[in-house]
Write a new protein. Structure first.
Length: 277
């Protein structure tokens, strides 16, 4: 990837490839990159404020924007789903304490699996989602809790309608990003899709040396999607966040290329005089 970028100390990199070579260029460095990423989160409290980096105020606008996006997506892609004949199943990747599952996914999906490499986050999620009201619902439940990082995960074949990935893909190198999505495609049901919700840098990338992650630009993401063989079905900008934070986008990604619309000009129109452009 030839986009230029910066780290959080203002150091410049002329290309992302140069940065990746420096940070993860051999097996030891790559192991350290992932180990330090997880260690960073192991030192964070298992609270909404913790997983949102001290910005718990964004929880409400985040969920509300995702809710609108998901509602439209489900009605377009799975209009005839019902719990008996076509139950909906989601995977929440880098789920943290299960904030997105609890506030959003569990209301729409009959089963939700969670994947999170930091065990005290995953245990907090398990505690919340298997007790109280959640424990009594057969229609909407959290089922599997996987304590694994994305780069090591392969889903069961054809299990998911939606694989939701929010605020964690920045921990993956470009190569692991691509191999993750290629592997994870087998986990989608026919018509299933990925939803990726992420911070977006204005250009290139911003490397965070503290939590070992990068924030990519929209064009960086689009280049990676194309390398993964994924197509953007829908995209939406997050609104209502405080100033000073990165912009955030939600992408719905599908494996099939969008159908080409062949427009045939209607006779009435084609017979009218037209302006020559
Ligand atoms: C900013 S928190 C977001 C948590 C959750 N998605 C949310 O929106 O509430 C980032 C999460 O990514 C997880 N994470 C870090 N490295 C990861 C990796 N390699 N694979 C999957 N998740 C990872 C962290 O443990 C943490 O739970």
């Amino acid at each position: 990837m030839d986009a230029a970028g910066l780290d959080n100390n203002g150091r410049e990199y002329s290309t992302a490839d140069e940065m990746w070579r420096e940070q993860t260029g051999d097996l030891n460095k790559k192991t350290l990159w992932y180990r330090e990423g997880v260690s960073y989160w192991e030192g964070v409290n298992a609270t909404v404020d913790g997983v949102l980096g001290g910005f718990s105020d964004v929880n409400e606008p985040d969920i509300s924007c995702s809710d609108d996006f998901l509602k439209n997506l489900l009605s377009e892609r799975f209009p005839s789903s019902d719990v008996i004949n076509q139950p909906l199943v989601a995977l929440d990747c880098g789920s943290g304490i299960g904030r997105v599952t609890k506030n959003l996914l569990i209301r729409y999906f009959n089963e939700v699996d969670l994947l999170e490499p930091v065990s005290h986050f995953l245990e907090a999620a398990r505690e919340t989602l298997t007790s109280g009201a959640y424990a009594n619902s057969d229609m909407h439940k959290a089922v599997n809790f996987y304590c694994v990082p994305l780069q090591d995960f392969t889903p069961d074949v054809g299990r998911y309608d939606v694989i939701w990935i929010q605020w964690c893909i920045g921990h993956l190198t470009d190569d692991d990003f691509i191999t993750f999505f290629k592997r994870a495609k087998v986990g989608l049901k026919p018509g299933g899709l990925f939803v990726l919700k992420e911070n977006i840098s204005k250009s290139g990338f911003v490397l965070d040396n503290d939590d070992r992650s990068i924030t990519r630009s929209d064009s960086y993401f689009r280049e990676l999607f194309s390398r993964c063989g994924l197509h953007i079905y829908k995209v939406k900008d997050q609104k209502g966040f405080p100033d000073g934070l990165f912009a955030v986008k939600i992408y719905a990604l599908v494996t099939e290329a969008p159908k080409k619309v062949h427009r045939t000009r209607s006779k009435t129109l084609s017979n009218r005089p037209r302006k020559i452009m």
